[in-house]
Every structure is written in structure tokens, then in C-alpha cells.
Design a protein around this ligand. Structure first.
Ligand code: AMP
Ligand code: ZN
Length: 112
């Protein structure tokens, strides 16, 4: 499968990995949209929330539990924003579900 995040998971292309366990990894986004921009990536490949298996859902739940537990390590003090782009209108460009973690600054609220 030609998926950039699966290739990163397998170590076939480099990334700046800041955390990894058996269900997920967190890497630095290659094109940051905030002072701190990480991607939390469940290990299973699926594109949309609507396509999740029970195991996919368990991995995603693990992501949501782990992100706040890593707040110190990731420097999320002061608050952070999580975004999951789903499909074309949202601008999803990598079709392996991932959670954007944006932090390190005050953020506007203007999704357009
Ligand atoms: P999305 O548009 O929601 O699918 O987000 C995809 C994100 O992946 C974008 O923010 C890209 O900058 C990021 N990205 C693409 N390729 C890489 C890569 N090789 N390493 C790290 N981040 C990447
Ligand atoms: Zn994938």
C-alpha cells in the first residue's frame, strides 16, 4: 500500500518520531502550521472514522488517552488543539487517519 504514514511506521521513510508504542506513534509534522505541530498516528491503516473497525476505534481511543499523558513531553502547556481532517472538504491529504496536535501559541478560530 502506498501510504506515507505506513511507510514511516515501518521505518521505510524517515520522520522525527517523538513517541511510539504498540498502537500509535507521534511524529513532528514536516510542514508545521503552528509553533508546535505533531501528528498522532494510529498504527492501523484506515482513512475515515466511518470506516473504523473495533480495533481501529480502540487504537484511536488510546491516542486520545495518551496525548494528554504526554503533555509535558510535547510541551502542550497553555493548551492545544486537536484536528482530524476527514475527506476532501476538510483538505485531508494523507489517507491514513491522524490527529493533528497544534500548540505553542495562541490560535485563532477560523477554520475557513
Ligand atoms: P491532512 O491534510 O490532514 O491529511 O494532514 C497531512 C499532514 O501530513 C500535513 O500536515 C503534512 O504536512 C503532513 N505530512 C505529509 N508528509 C509528511 C512526512 N513525511 N512527515 C511528516 N509529516 C508529513
Ligand atoms: Zn497507512
Amino acid at each position: 500500500m502506498d501510504c506515507i504514514f505506513c511507510k514511516i511506521r515501518k521505518g521505510e521513510i524517515p520522520s522525527e518520531k517523538v513517541y511510539e508504542d504498540d498502537k500509535m506513534m507521534i511524529i513532528k509534522d514536516i510542514d508545521p502550521k503552528a509553533k508546535k505541530h505533531y501528528l498522532c498516528i494510529p498504527k492501523n491503516h484506515f482513512k475515515l472514522l466511518s470506516e473504523m473497525t473495533e480495533e481501529d476505534a480502540a487504537q484511536l481511543a488510546h491516542c486520545f488517552k495518551t496525548i494528554p499523558a504526554l503533555a509535558d513531553k510535547l510541551g502542550l502547556d497553555g493548551g492545544y488543539r486537536l484536528i482530524i481532517n476527514q475527506g476532501d472538504n476538510a483538505g485531508q491529504s494523507v489517507f491514513h487517519l491522524h490527529i493533528h496536535i497544534l500548540a505553542g501559541q495562541k490560535m485563532e478560530w477560523n477554520p475557513a
